[in-house]
Design a protein around this ligand. Sequence first.
Ligand SMILES: [Zn+2]
Length: 58
Amino acid sequence: MDTTPQTEARDTDEAPCPVCDGTGETSATVRVGRKRRVAGHQSGLCLNCFGTGTAPTS
Ligand SMILES: [Zn+2]
């Protein structure tokens, strides 16, 4: 029953990116081999906001 206050996410008028949740990074699952075995996870730049953490407006 935790309620997370959303106070510090607003530095600008732009809304936080819904994909990376404003962090600017996303975690992707790395698969290898024919059977697509999961080799692990890696974090990368969010391709939705390009690492800015804010949702593109236009
Ligand atoms: Zn993003």
